[in-house]
Design a protein around this ligand. Structure first.
Ligand code: G4P
Length: 523
């Protein structure tokens, strides 16, 4: 029973550059899962790109992300868990962490734009963890790049081997549909947001194909398919599972075209929950005892009381409501009377959850990103990586009467993973690092609203913060002495070098050959 429950779970995230079609694809998947009945029910969680983002936008982002953080549905006997990732790139850190809780990923690429920056960055995180990846090339109903060029671009930019499993017949106004290479079926395109297109079985070597799409296109499809078979080796599911090979699908999420093929293939080949590495040992999903870790904490939209939801990925065994679990970092027993699971926009209380599932635990400040829950074993799941922030500001107290509140606020917001805190060892000042401007606004707003504290920002021009280590203690000391004005500690007390320009960093790397400069905290 336990094994069957775990085997049928597919926990994944859809990642994309903003506007590529993540929301549209998510919606169509929910449609197939029976979670929603009509298209248009899922609202985009992205903050509209206005020149200045105001508080309402931030509030919306936070509010909506609580309810749609995880969506789950049953499909053909599989239990599918989709983890949502924030659309706005200022929340990229949140997305990186979400990727630590998934077993595979679907990447959506806009057929006209190809691989964009955000996709490239997110793929780096997938590569670090060998996460299996399926690619969906979207918006084929619009004029798209040549599909062969797109495949080359995907391979080059995402540094992964690709293998098309469907193939488009033209694009834009001439878009006729896709040929399903592994099912050997033709899928004719009818633009519709609601109706799922019927598949027709066509022998591509007969005249039937020409009758349906015209003789010239039939000829082109035949030669394209021949070329594909010649250039790309047969699809190897093991290569996919190792994160080395990405199957590619073409379609149009908005028109619900090519989505079912993607879903059918996904549930079949995507991995069930994979083993998770703890510091002490590898934890396998089918172990009888429950273990899990917190990968995301989201604040509630209600400004009157600070309540959060901590998202826990169940790594092994079965989670049971009200059962006593060990909060390893606090060494305390905790029970959860109202754990939640998420069905599209609805939240429901759950009595049990299996490895692979995500549960929402009400949190009023006891959790920190990376915390582990077990049935008693002192396990520590490997730290989720922090990435070198890209923007830095000193945080100053703007209301001296509220120092305590400010410090508590900063601490808890950092626990939630909103941003990273460094203490400059030279002047003792608190430096906040983020990946986007919006996070500074979120912090300031939340400090005021939830902690009654006021802060002021002082900009600093820094290029990168990197974690440093060395096997040569003398050289490390010499480095720290030379750069004493630029040394900081992160919250774990690790040494961080604050490089104020790319040139300075390069010089430091040249001068101190035995020092390793890391751009993520997991090394
Ligand atoms: P995102 O979550 O990745 O940011 O993308 P989202 O699904 O919100 O899609 C971004 C825009 O692209 C939307 O248009 C959406 O309708 C459109 N889109 C998505 N898939 C397709 C497709 O297959 N074909 C075409 N032609 N367009 C597609 P919008 O104008 O920003 O929003 P809306 O007014 O349509 O909601």
């Amino acid at each position: 029973m336990a094994n069957q429950e775990i085997e049928r779970r597919r926990t994944f995230a859809i990642i994309a550059h903003p506007d590529a079609g993540k929301t549209s694809l998510t919606e169509k998947l929910l449609l197939f899962g029976g979670q929603i009945q009509v298209a248009g029910a899922v609202k985009s969680n992205k903050i509209k790109k206005t020149a200045t983002s105001d508080w309402m936008d931030i509030e919306k982002q936070r509010g909506i992300s609580v309810t749609t953080s995880v969506m789950e549905f049953d499909y053909n006997g599989y239990k599918v868990n989709i983890l949502d990732t924030p659309g706005h790139q200022d929340f990229a850190e949140d997305t990186y962490r979400t990727l630590t809780a998934v077993d595979s990923v679907i990447i959506v690429v806009d057929g006209a734009k190809g691989v964009e920056t955000q996709t490239r960055k997110l793929m780096e995180v997938c590569r670090m963890r060998n996460t299996p990846v399926i690619i969906f090339v979207n918006k084929m109903d619009r004029e798209a790049k040549d599909p062969f060029d797109l495949l080359d671009e995907l391979e080059e930019e995402l540094v992964i081997n690709v293998r098309p499993l469907t193939w488009p017949i033209e694009s834009g106004p001439r878009f006729k549909g896709v040929y399903n290479i592994y099912e050997k079926k033709l899928n004719l395109f009818q633009p519709s947001k609601q109706v799922v297109t019927e598949k027709v079985e066509v022998d591509i070597h007969t005249e039937d194909l020409g009758n349906r799409i015209g003789a010239p296109l039939a000829e082109k499809l035949r030669s394209d398919l021949e070329l594909i078979e010649g250039v790309y080796p047969a699809f190897d599911v093991n290569g996919y599972l190792k994160g080395e090979l990405a199957p590619v699908f073409f379609g149009s999420a908005l028109n619900n075209f090519g989505v079912q093929e993607l879903l059918d293939c996904f549930v079949e080949i995507a991995p069930s929950p994979r083993p998770v590495q703890a510091e002490e040992r590898t934890v396998t999903p089918d172990e009888p005892k429950f273990t899990g870790f917190i990968f995301k904490i989201t604040a509630n939209i209600d400004p009157n009381h600070r309540s959060c939801v901590a998202f826990c990925k169940v790594c092994s065994g079965k989670f049971v409501r009200n059962a006593p679990y060990l909060h390893v970092r606090h060494n305390k027993t905790v029970r959860f009377s109202s754990p939640t699971q998420f069905m599209a926009q609805r939240k429901t209380t759950v009595d049990e959850a299996w490895a692979g599932d995500i549960i929402g635990l009400p949190d009023n400040g006891v959790f920190k990103i990376g915390d582990t829950l077990t049935e008693g074993e002192k396990l520590h799941f490997k730290g989720l990586p922090s990435f070198s922030p890209e923007m830095f500001k000193y945080i100053e107290n703007a209301d001296p009467m509220k120092t305590k509140q400010l410090n508590k606020g900063i601490d808890q917001l950092m626990d939630e993973g909103v941003a990273q805190l460094f203490i400059n060892q030279f002047n003792g000042r608190k430096l906040i690092g983020t990946v986007g401007q919006l996070q500074f606004e979120v912090i300031q707003y939340r400090l005021e609203n939830e902690y009654n504290a006021k802060c002021r920002w002082e900009p600093v021009s820094l290029y990168k913060a990197c974690w440093i280590e060395s096997d040569d203690p003398a050289e490390l000391e010499a480095f720290k002495k030379r750069k004493f004005q630029y040394m900081a500690k992160d919250r774990e007390g690790r040494d961080v070098f604050l490089a104020d320009s790319g040139y300075v960093l390069q010089m430091a790397q040249n001068d101190f050959k035995h020092i390793k400069f890391h751009f993520t905290s997991e090394f």
